[in-house]
Design a protein around this ligand. Sequence first.
Ligand SMILES: Cc1cc2nc3c(=O)[nH]c(=O)nc-3n(C[C@H](O)[C@H](O)[C@H](O)COP(=O)(O)OP(=O)(O)OC[C@H]3O[C@@H](n4cnc5c(N)ncnc54)[C@H](O)[C@@H]3O)c2cc1C
Ligand SMILES: NC(=O)c1ccc[n+]([C@@H]2O[C@H](COP(=O)([O-])OP(=O)(O)OC[C@H]3O[C@@H](n4cnc5c(N)ncnc54)[C@H](OP(=O)(O)O)[C@@H]3O)[C@@H](O)[C@H]2O)c1
Ligand SMILES: Cc1cc2nc3c(=O)[nH]c(=O)nc-3n(C[C@H](O)[C@H](O)[C@H](O)COP(=O)(O)O)c2cc1C
Length: 534
Amino acid sequence: MTAGASFSLIVGYGTDMGNAEDAAMMFAEAVDESMGITVTATELNQIDLAALQDATHFIAVTSTFGDGEFPDTATLFWEALSADSAERLEHLSFAVLALGDSSYELFCNAGLLLDERLAALGATRLVQRVDIDGLYTQEATAWNAEVIKVLMAAVPTEQAAVTEVPREPAARAVRAGADEPVVVPVSVNRLLTAEASDKEVRHYELDLTGSGIGYAAGDSIAVHATNDPALVQQMLTALGADGEQTVDGHDVPLRIALTEQLEIRLPSRALRALAAGRIADAPAADELGDGPGTWWYGKDVLDLIGLAGLDLDEVLDTLRPLQPRDYSIASSPLAHPDSVHLTVATVRYADGDRRHGGMASTFLADRTGSARVHLRPNHHFRLPAPDVPIIMIGPGTGIAPFRAFLQERAATAAPGRAWLFFGDRRRGTDFLYGDELEGFVSAGTLTRLDLAFSRDGQTKEYVQHRMWEQAAELYDWLEDGAHIYVCGDADRMAKDVDAMLHRIVAHCGQRDQASAHAYVNDLIKNHRYLRDVY
Ligand SMILES: Cc1cc2nc3c(=O)[nH]c(=O)nc-3n(C[C@H](O)[C@H](O)[C@H](O)COP(=O)(O)OP(=O)(O)OC[C@H]3O[C@@H](n4cnc5c(N)ncnc54)[C@H](O)[C@@H]3O)c2cc1C
Ligand SMILES: NC(=O)c1ccc[n+]([C@@H]2O[C@H](COP(=O)([O-])OP(=O)(O)OC[C@H]3O[C@@H](n4cnc5c(N)ncnc54)[C@H](OP(=O)(O)O)[C@@H]3O)[C@@H](O)[C@H]2O)c1
Ligand SMILES: Cc1cc2nc3c(=O)[nH]c(=O)nc-3n(C[C@H](O)[C@H](O)[C@H](O)COP(=O)(O)O)c2cc1C
């Protein structure tokens, strides 16, 4: 504990896209304003458990990622805290704010785990954990006030001190996470996959002229799209409503609410629970999950209305606010200061006799010449210094931020080596940005390009197979200080690539499993292993 002080406070956050970081910074600012104490919000991975032994109060804000997992910026902290060897924390008072999205099965699970573990280690809850669904500013502000009230009652301010934990190198000013979206023209909408492909991936350019948006390579853009009017009409017909009526809680006619304000593509858990009780062959909503291969996968609200015979009032009660969809930016502002480029797979699939289209991806592909967007800065996903080598693993649409990185490195004539692993289904139809990538190789921006086309041969070839073939060289790059980046599918690809990275480190570094794990953890802690996965 800080000499002479009876109070020392640590504020930590676990974030993927910056919301929890913003919320933690809001809390730190509120502490400063109300208590006159300066405290730095710190990434949870940078907080040593020994620092908690020295502190009296610990405030943690974390989002949940993957399937109920901790975000990458908190995994190391959680690993240490959940270990059997973690020391008791009876002296510590704590509070947890959890950010999440209730459409996921394990809502706010990381916050819940953290809250329960701190209590199990003997720490005392200052206030009950709050689980926030979606937009966080209002509820976080109320929670801040509650925590600060308890802190102020417990702590004479003149005795207060703050435990300094190492600051992250990438500490930054509060970002404007709740920026008002702006409408920008979609100036380019071009098919990237060949007509013959069984996928549809498109390249978009959004014209930022006059929008006030300034971005960095590594950021994402949130697209505030609207639902397909044809789907809205089908829903109105199925519910026997004309669309002109107003409904409780909405100040616009039903048709507008269904088009612009409510999520009608992805059924909420409440709707699934309701439908599960009415459909004979439906499994319980929380049984077996809702991913690929499950009964629920791909079914939208209209499917459930039809199958369960639901009426307007009960359906409306379960509909969640329509959320924007994020897209990794595929351009560098140094090459394209007045536009952002996106690489978007259009979601189209058949389920029974219905054709389904993804809300935002078909909006961009079919229904608009402009889009309401706001920037989603990703301060954790950045290029290192120009001379540091980078390894990028980005199959499918995961290529997007790496196109941005390569444009950036070309524009700055960065001397660092760059290695890209790209994969997709077939070389003939799905080699996204193939000419550009080969151009980067010719220009020397890209030192190595390794490709894995999964459906061209007899057996599946994935990016991680290419990594294994080049294991010794990849390990040498890591030993030379390379940063390694992964972007694309979180469920399968990112997990397999992570397993391969551990395997390569163990094999080439002649390490046992525990030592390979520690090596990779060190990469994470030093922000040298960064992921933008979804
Ligand atoms: C940080 C981040 C960055 C991202 N970057 C990109 C990017 O660069 N490019 C990109 O394309 N996407 C990206 N995404 C994903 C993107 O945000 C959307 O989730 C995606 O475009 C689908 O949105 P949608 O509204 O079109 O589809 P939705 O209406 O949300 O429908 C998607 C749902 O449809 C169902 N579904 C999809 N395919 C099938 C199928 N074959 N069979 C049955 N059901 C199916 C699934 O339930 C799926 O969840 C990113 C996501 C995040 C979080
Ligand atoms: N969980 C999901 O179901 C999921 C995840 C991501 C994207 N998508 C959807 O798929 C569409 C296209 O997305 P996308 O272009 O980004 O990617 P994608 O088409 O899903 O995959 C790109 C490449 O990655 C391969 N791949 C599949 N499993 C892999 C694994 N475990 N490890 C490494 N590579 C693997 C694919 O091979 P094969 O397909 O030949 O196996 C393909 O060659 C979009 O509509 C998107 O929404 C679905
Ligand atoms: C790929 C992905 C997976 C997610 N998984 C979960 C989940 O399992 N449970 C949950 O409650 N929220 C989940 N979320 C929602 C986030 O926790 C929520 O959007 C949060 O506000 C993000 O905060 P952050 O920017 O600090 O990461 C997920 C979001 C994404 C993009």
